[in-house]
Ligand binder design. Sequence first.
Ligand code: LER
Ligand code: MN
Length: 274
Amino acid sequence: MVKSAVTISLVEQARGGPFVYWDEFEASVRSAAALGYDAVELFAPAPGFVTAERVEKILAETGLALAAVGTGAGMVIHKLSLTDSDPARRLQAGTFIEQMIDYGALFGAPAIIGSMQGRWGGDGPDRATARGWLIEALRHLGQHAATRGVTLIYEPLNRYETNHCNTMQQGVELLTEAGTSSVVLLADLFHMNIEEVSIADGLRDGGKHIGHVHFVDSNRRPAGNGHMNYAPIVEALSAFGYEGYASAEAFPWPSPQSAAEQTMRMFQTLFRPK
Ligand code: LER
Ligand code: MN
């Protein structure tokens, strides 16, 4: 059964980004719990930003799980990427992600590599060099995650955010080349709406490699506020037995509370039909 999750961002520098809750952690988790969410996905400025003790206490009190932790703060705040031409910066990027993996793993939550994959070209490395670094990083970080009992999530992004992988098929090829079984793909419906010929076909391309879904509409508003056709999406996920999270990574439109309510209504309609 697909599970519901909603994003919480505590990264001030990311204001304006596609995250539902922006409040303090506890208030956001309590609000998500009141709406019936199974979990929250946390985008924090640094590993341990909300102490492990507090996370544990609040999750225990509300009964929610931690679905995943984002690593994008490494890029947004520190401009770190796994494909930076400077080896010292690549090392710092890897260390930031390792620490985020360790933080999430305390709660069984995988870390997500999205914007920290960086891009090739321009003043940076050529495509083959950057791809080699990315593959090496996924192998190493995937192994690190496995020793902590979690997977690692790799997210193909739309062309304006990366030029490594834009589609699920490219994501599968990257993971296959990396030869790692501890890294899974994130299917973000917003990015897929830009890049895939058909979102449902893209999901089928990813198939069993897909370990996480960002549940959002075509315009990045909460599900139901754009022109996304969800029926074939739900059918494709169900056909390969997807049982991960549908996590609301969407603009807090028109407000965090309304966005969380609207997403939950759509989640119930699509994934818990009467
Ligand atoms: C960024 O566009 C995104 O989708 C995030 O999940 C990755 O950091
Ligand atoms: Mn995403």
